[in-house]
Design a protein around this ligand. Structure first.
Ligand SMILES: N[C@@H](CCC(=O)N[C@@H](CS)C(=O)NCC(=O)O)C(=O)O
Length: 201
């Protein structure tokens, strides 16, 4: 392919695979127009029309001559970016691997917590702790505000499990966690509305 003249990334904030691509763009100092398919549905429409896909990330590469190529799958996109702009650097593998393994482990602990009621607090607390670590690491790597908020919800869950394990049931953990999740959803709806308003003006 000729040298790309314009890159556009179809993505959305909460999408972890998109975060990997945003991270690669940032590390490599590559400029790309970010097209959010959740807050700007017209981009989802364009993507579906051009590729038939409704999942992201997808990178649209346009050359100076006007040729357009669409790259899908986060790993393939990151590999392409490093190959083209990495100057010999290799794509990161540790961060994504830690994220994947922590995710699997978290669900195993959640599952075990359901079938082993005697160790429920420990298993549940462990799962929530892993969830918090995973979300905060991802937030730091990909600068996702949503992941940071998710990390806070998990952390609150850990605190509440500890309180409940100590017999302090005055604050059942799920009240706090759901209240925070509600606030988060509200915050996102407001932010989305404000962005949409800004685009129209
Ligand atoms: N294996 C794909 C995963 C693509 C994928 O599942 N993307 C999700 C978000 S992370 C998606 O677009 N889901 C559609 C939706 O949530 O509307 C990749 O790594 O790029």
């Amino acid at each position: 392919m000729d040298a790309p003249a314009h890159l556009a990334l179809y993505h959305f904030d909460a999408c972890t695979s998109c975060g990997e691509v945003r991270r690669a763009l940032e590390v490599l100092g590559v400029e790309a127009e970010l097209r959010d398919v959740r807050t700007e549905p017209e981009h989802l429409h364009e993507l579906r029309e051009a590729t038939g896909r409704t999942t992201v990330p997808v990178l649209r590469v346009e050359t100076a001559a006007g040729a357009v190529e669409w790259l899908a799958e986060s790993r393939a996109i990151v590999a392409w970016l490093y190959q083209r702009y990495g100057e010999g650097k290799r794509p990161p593998s540790l961060g994504p691997q830690v994220h994947r393994i922590a995710g699997v482990l978290m669900w195993v602990l959640f599952g075990l917590a359901l079938v082993r009621p005697t160790e429920r607090d420990l298993l549940f607390g462990g799962a929530l702790g892993l969830g918090a670590m995973r979300a905060f690491l991802q937030a730091a790597r990909t600068r996702s505000a949503l992941q940071a908020a998710m990390g806070s919800v998990f952390l609150l869950g850990v605190g509440s499990v500890v309180l409940s394990a100590r017999g302090d049931d005055a604050l059942p953990w799920w009240y706090g966690a759901y209240a925070l999740a509600g606030l988060l959803v509200l915050g996102l709806v407001i932010a989305r509305g404000r962005r949409a308003l800004k685009r129209r003006t």
